[in-house]
Ligand binder design. Structure first.
Ligand SMILES: Nc1nc2c(c(=O)[nH]1)N[C@H]1C(S)=C(S)[C@@H](COP(=O)(O)OP(=O)(O)OC[C@H]3O[C@@H](n4cnc5c(=O)[nH]c(N)nc54)[C@H](O)[C@@H]3O)O[C@H]1N2
Ligand SMILES: Nc1nc2c(c(=O)[nH]1)N[C@H]1C(S)=C(S)[C@@H](COP(=O)(O)OP(=O)(O)OC[C@H]3O[C@@H](n4cnc5c(=O)[nH]c(N)nc54)[C@H](O)[C@@H]3O)O[C@H]1N2
Ligand code: SF4
Ligand SMILES: [Mo]
Length: 670
């Protein structure tokens, strides 16, 4: 019997694995975050163990036939290291790019960053967290001086008065967390959901607003307008704990409710009702997720919602404030230990001389040998194979061709590389394009830490032996490093201790956390569980109001593409689907197009029959799902299957570099 955590989302639900050969998932009732509950994906998580599609040998593309063939580990790693060295000799260090993932353990993310900065000397590393919570991170840094998804434990939800969920469908994306909404309502609290679709989460709401995609920012400005007009601003808090309110107040003054209604489709009456609800409440908690954040103006949108929370005097108050519901298993830790283009371990910035000196000291290299800032995820992919861009890419923990925006373009960039190397458990759509595929262990077969959405560092413990022929990412990274002349640790606990030293004194300081403490305490928070009670992380201790204006989606609708396309998730599938589409017990019906009966009528579409969604970038033919829960001017496609991202727009947020996954202009025909 081994206690561990689910391989998927940021809730990192605790579970018990029983057995040695075949593993059975059992509840771990004592683990506080999920109290024994799991969603369907968690209960079936062992479905990939022993799966016939599990990779168990390295694969190398045969030059003569163009096919992937089995190879030995030494052959594969020698080949990769040799080609990387040759490409760097010819084109310089930045000829090699590295792409990581927010599903990797802290130890792996740390080693991958070190591989890039020390063994390869390249600045070109980034990861799929840019697709995920980077806009909230960027807003959190600006407003609070620190980026921690939730600055309070998730269960605090139950004790607030009004919970505002902006673009979160947590009943489907973190099902065990939905019990907090139920308990909040039992306690007399209210739940507000803002989503263009009436989701299972909205079904649990007392107030549901159904805006046009991409208009959460004007809704926030409209609320600020009304809160100010009603004298509901916490003047004392604003005066003593924040700066910048007057500028935001001036912007909000121009967003009277009728103007918000024209832009967002949310009626002035609904907005007034919501302003009154939050204005009168003692404790208000605002949580954003991908619906509000995955926009070319995602950072500004989060800043506007943070401004609402600040104007009401909430951040730092018990059971109130602002938080972002991070998504991936290690969405929080994955961004703290150095796989982001501008960061070193401990959430240190790579262009800060003191940070470089500290981390170089731990790594035993000269600070001047560390590269500078690299390209962000999409910019990195967009540059692949170009004159100035990387000629080789190493991918650990992301299925890029399914999950990146404007995927046809991204696939072409990957095809233009001299060398694509993918480490994965299965032959994902991206691995299938690689020159070298390296088979790795999966969660139940290895040990490592993850940092959940609350900043709680938890321990996944090995429950079973990996299949023969498979190596852990830490082994693979160390194997490459060794061939490039560097000695990296492979024991997870040893890597964690090194990560602790590298992060010591940084914003996310893990130096006091040990595996033993995590085991004894059901996870250990870095920093404190509840932040901002006395001060914010800026030098003056104050939070910032940052003035923002509404620009609207990068690609507005027009006569040729009159509908808003938005994308997202369904309960039973995870991300690019590389793992969950292979789990037999999970339904895998393929992509579908959700549309309203009025729209279906107009174009002659029928439930279950194919429709074609087209955008300026591509087309997708898939069955229609006719539902009255979506806005009539909006269509929704889940991205767990190939296709959705051939449609999406690669417009980026200027500050976070997050792509606009959540809205573009589309046409639909039957
Ligand atoms: N089942 C399942 N659970 C998951 C995942 C998964 O793949 N499958 N992935 C995990 C990860 S990495 C993440 S990031 C999280 C994501 O968790 P969520 O953010 O909850 O998931 P999404 O479905 O991407 O988006 C949430 C909602 O945003 C709405 N939306 C779309 N456009 C807009 C808009 O402009 N404004 C507003 N207000 N809402 C909008 C969508 O209709 C959708 O219901 O889920 C995690 N959990
Ligand atoms: N249209 C649209 N696109 C989106 C989104 C959206 O809402 N709409 N959401 C975006 C978001 S929030 C996210 S987080 C991304 C996620 O999209 P991806 O980055 O593609 O995430 P996954 O599908 O989790 O990919 C992980 C891959 O790594 C493998 N893997 C799992 N564990 C390990 C490991 O420990 N080591 C290694 N080496 N490999 C491993 C899996 O088998 C899988 O192939 O998608 C983004 N794309
Ligand atoms: S909610 Fe997330 S962590 Fe929990 S069982 Fe489901 S996928 Fe796993
Ligand atoms: Mo995500």
């Amino acid at each position: 019997m081994t206690t561990t955590h689910c391989p998927y989302c940021s809730l990192q639900c605790g579970m018990v694995l029983e057995g040695r050969r075949t593993l059975e998932v059992q509840p771990w009732a004592e683990f506080p975050v999920n109290e024994g509950a799991l969603c369907r994906k968690g209960w079936t998580a062992t479905g990939l163990r022993g799966h016939r599609e599990r990779l168990t040998t390295p694969l190398v593309r045969d030059r003569a036939t163009g096919e992937l063939r089995a190879a030995g580990w030494d052959e594969a790693l020698d080949l990769v290291a040799g080609r990387l060295r040759a490409l760097q000799a010819e084109h310089g260090k930045d000829a090699v790019g590295v792409f990581g993932g927010g599903g990797l353990t802290n130890e792996k993310a740390y080693s991958l960053g070190k591989l890039a900065r020390v063994a390869l000397g390249t600045s070109q590393i980034d990861y799929n967290g840019r697709w995920c919570m980077s806009s909230a991170a960027s807003a959190g840094n600006q407003a609070f001086g620190i980026d921690r998804g939730l600055p309070f434990p998730l269960a605090d939800i139950e004790h607030t008065d009004v919970l505002v969920l902006v673009g979160s469908n947590l009943a489907e994306t973190m099902p065990p967390a939905a019990r907090h909404l139920d308990r909040l309502r039992e306690n007399g609290g209210r739940v507000v959901v803002i989503d263009p679709r009436r989701t299972p989460t909205a079904d649990r709401a007392d107030v549901f607003l159904q805006p046009v995609p991409g208009t959460d920012l004007p809704i926030a400005l409209g609320l600020l307008h009304l809160i100010d007009a009603a004298d509901a601003v916490d003047e004392e808090y604003v005066a003593t704990r924040t700066t910048g309110w007057e500028d935001v107040r001036r912007t909000a003054a121009a967003w009277w409710p009728e103007r918000v209604e024209r832009v967002s489709g949310v009626s002035a009456a609904e907005l007034r009702e919501l302003a009154e609800l939050v204005g009168d409440a003692e404790k208000v908690m605002v949580l954003t997720a991908r619906g509000a954040e995955q926009h070319a103006q995602g950072t500004d949108t989060v800043l506007a919602w943070i401004a609402v929370a600040l104007a009401l005097g909430m951040p730092g108050k018990e059971h109130a404030g602002y938080g972002c519901l991070t998504g991936q298993g290690n969405g929080q830790g994955g961004r703290e230990h150095g796989q982001k283009a501008d960061q070193l371990p401990g959430y240190r910035m790579i262009d800060d001389p003191a940070a470089r000196e500290h981390v170089a000291g731990v790594w035993g290299v000269e600070p001047s040998s560390l590269p500078g800032k690299g390209r962000s995820a999409y910019e990195l992919l967009d540059a692949l194979g170009t004159d100035a861009g990387p000629k080789a890419l190493l991918v650990f923990g992301s299925n890029i061709v399914v999950s990146a925006p404007n995927a046809t373009h991204v696939a072409a960039r990957l095809a233009s590389l001299d060398l694509l190397v993918v480490a994965d458990l299965v032959l994902s759509e991206t691995a299938a394009l690689a020159d070298v595929v390296l088979p790795v262990t999966q969660w139940a077969e290895e040990t490592g830490t993850m940092t959940n959405l609350e900043g709680r560092v938890i321990l996944r413990q090995q429950a079973a032996a990996p299949p023969d022929g498979v190596r852990s990412d830490l082994d693979v990274i160390a194997g490459l490093a060794a061939r490039l002349g560097h000695d990296f640790a492979t024991d997870p606990e040893e890597v964690f201790a090194e990560l602790g030293r590298a992060s010591a004194g940084g914003k996310a300081d893990y130096s006091e956390i040990t595996y033993d403490r995590i085991r004894a305490e059901h996870g250990v928070f870095w920093g404190t569980p509840r932040m901002f009670a006395d001060s914010f992380a800026h030098a003056d201790g104050r939070a910032r109001f940052v003035p923002v204006e509404h620009r609207g989606p990068a690609e507005p609708v027009d006569a040729a593409y009159p509908l808003h396309l938005t994308t997202g998730r369904v309960l039973a599938q995870y991300q690019s689907g590389a793992q969950t589409r292979r789990v037999r017990e999970l339904p895998d019906a393929g992509p579908f197009v959700e549309l309203h009966p009025m729209l279906a009528d107009r174009i002659g579409a029928y439930d279950g029959r194919p429709v074609v969604v087209s955008t300026r970038r591509g087309e997708l033919k898939a069955p229609a799902r006719v539902v009255d829960t979506i806005r009539p001017d909006t269509v929704f496609v889940p991205f767990h299957w190939v296709g959705a991202n051939r449609l999406t727009n690669d417009a980026l947020d200027p500050s976070s570099r997050m792509p606009e996954f959540k809205v573009c202009a589309a046409a639909v025909t039957a």
